[in-house]
Ligand binder design. Structure first.
Ligand code: NAD
Length: 330
């Protein structure tokens, strides 16, 4: 198929070209994100391939349909950026990569948790400046703590298992509990109990109408004072204004995020020579107990390889008219 890739970096191109070495599909890589101004680049292509911050709203989908696009291949798991009803109205099929190394994201959540706790990012800088003082680097034992996992799909299950390995008591909340975790002494509880009892909470549910701003003022008020919140799910699971307030009031003890509500246009770009005008983001960065990474949970060799393999398989299935294993429907 002739496929236009949007929001691509060199590493995307490298991995896709390696897996597509037989040139089964004709791949064209655009660096630009897909938006109302760039959708017309898809003219003369049969499919587009997009990432987490490409906006597949009704208007852009209509433009893509006008260009003749029949398939949109998401090279990610989440599909909160797609208006599925509008895609169906425009006869555009959506496929995704439902699972690519869930360990990559779960392990990144653990990295955020450990860094925030043991302050290794601060220790690294101190030692490089010949400052060997331990003042204010005190952490706490993860062993024996209560960890709450919200969303126990493939990533949440990996994360919960790692936490069990650390010797934690694991609580979980999900609208569809996983039998695998119940068998491993994970306790499914109501969300309020999880918020009240957990020392550390990690978010692994999708972003949708039910989970938008799941972590709001009400939720922060229910949490233990000084608890840690980790988010590798999607930015808008957390209400940014509420989390800033919870940090200011010292209710929330630590915040580790790999995703941010307004990350589109910010993350994945080198903006080191530009003025950051996002005051909420700057406020978050001003707290000593906040750690932010730029949506890199997925970013391992294994995951990039898997993303390229599954995406190309999705294209081949569509082209040959076979049943689509990874189709997303409204
Ligand atoms: P998944 O579909 O396997 O699991 C999601 C789980 O959330 C399911 O068990 C589902 O029942 C549950 N859920 C749905 N609605 C819920 C609700 N209202 N309350 C509680 N639980 C609910 O998905 P996954 O592969 O484990 O991924 C989880 C999320 O992680 C994705 O949706 C995506 O947003 C995010 N993600 C982030 C990165 C990254 O690089 N940071 C990479 C991949 C995925």
């Amino acid at each position: 198929m002739k496929v236009a890739f949007f929001s691509t970096k060199k590493y995307d191109q490298d991995f896709f070209e390696k897996i597509n070495s037989d040139n089964k599909h004709q791949l064209t890589f655009f660096e630009t994100a897909l938006n109302v101004h760039t959708a017309s680049l898809a003219q003369d292509f049969e499919a587009v391939c997009v990432f987490v911050n490409d906006d597949l709203n009704k208007k852009n989908l209509e433009k893509l349909a006008d260009c003749g696009i029949k398939l949109i291949a998401l090279r990610c798991a989440g599909f909160n950026n797609v208006d599925l009803a509008a895609a169906a109205e425009n006869n555009i099929t959506i496929v995704r990569v439902p699972a690519y190394s869930p360990q990559a994201v779960a392990e990144h959540a653990v990295a955020l948790m450990l860094t925030l706790n043991r302050k290794t990012h601060k220790a690294y800088n101190r030692v490089r400046e010949n400052n060997f003082s331990l003042e204010k680097l005190t952490g706490f034992n993860i062993y024996g703590k209560t960890v709450g996992v919200i969303g126990t799909g493939i990533i949440g299950i990996c994360f919960a298992k790692i936490m069990l390995g650390f010797g934690c008591k694991v609580l979980a909340y999900d609208i569809k509990p996983a039998d695998e975790l119940k068998d491993l002494s994970v306790n499914y509880v109501a969300i309020d109990e999880l918020l009240q009892e957990s020392d550390i909470i990690s978010l692994h549910c999708p972003l949708n109408e039910q989970t938008h701003h799941l972590m709001n003022t009400d939720a922060f008020n229910k949490m233990k004072k000084g608890a840690m919140l980790i988010n590798t799910g999607r930015g808008a699971l957390i209400d940014t204004a509420s989390v800033v307030e919870a940090l200011k009031q010292e209710k929330l003890g630590y915040l580790g995020i790999d995703v941010y509500e307004q990350e589109s246009g910010l993350f994945f770009n080198d903006l080191s020579e530009t003025v950051n005008k996002d005051d909420d983001f700057l406020r978050l960065m001003s707290f000593p107990n906040v750690l932010i990474t730029g949506h890199q949970g997925f970013f391992t060799k294994e995951a990039l390889d898997q993303i390229a393999q599954v995406t190309l398989k999705n294209l081949t299935e569509f082209e040959s008219g076979n049943e689509l294993e990874n189709e997303v429907k409204a």
